[in-house]
Design a protein around this ligand. Structure first.
Ligand code: DQA
Length: 147
């Protein structure tokens, strides 16, 4: 059976492709899923989800405890506010990588702090959608190494 990597996306990322394309580009979350699936190592697959609700994201992280070997997460605005997402990630045993499409450090100062970074093995910011692919490749390598 394939090892599944959860790719969890937070608020407003359902509008990827339409929302501020100068910052976030023209591609959609479906494009992200296709690209990530194509870079998975043999024996891995991805499961991409998005919600505008913090509690739903916490629930998916709990679900990942049983079903996923790793998590790639772009918590969007919840990155900067959510202790609940950090606490949920701290219950997950596999590798976690935080992704931001834009370079948050070049933007407003409230985007410079991330609760999720306290848990993440790595943080990718400013690579556009390529950041998701880099994160998936790294999770595959980390999981293979742990086995
Ligand atoms: C984001 C950066 C966040 O600050 C912002 O709230 C987002 C997207 C990014 O991918 O660059 O919604 O996480």
């Amino acid at each position: 059976m394939n090892k599944v990597i959860y790719i969890i996306n937070g608020p407003n990322l359902n509008l990827l492709g339409q929302r501020q394309p100068e910052l976030y580009g023209h591609e959609t979350l479906r494009d992200v899923e296709t690209k990530c699936r194509s870079v998975c190592a043999d024996g891995f697959d991805v499961h991409l989800v998005q919600s505008n609700r913090e509690g739903q994201i916490v629930d998916w992280i709990h679900e990942a405890r049983q079903r996923a070997c790793g998590i790639v997460i772009n918590p969007a605005a919840l990155t900067h506010t959510s202790v609940a997402i950090l606490d949920a990630l701290n219950t997950f045993e596999g590798p976690v990588i935080e992704v931001h499409i834009s370079n948050v450090h070049k933007r407003e100062s409230f985007r410079h702090h991330s609760f999720v970074s306290l848990r993440a093995e790595a943080v990718v910011a400013g690579l556009g959608l390529d950041g998701y692919e880099a994160a998936v490749r790294r999770i595959c390598a980390l999981v293979d190494r742990r086995e």
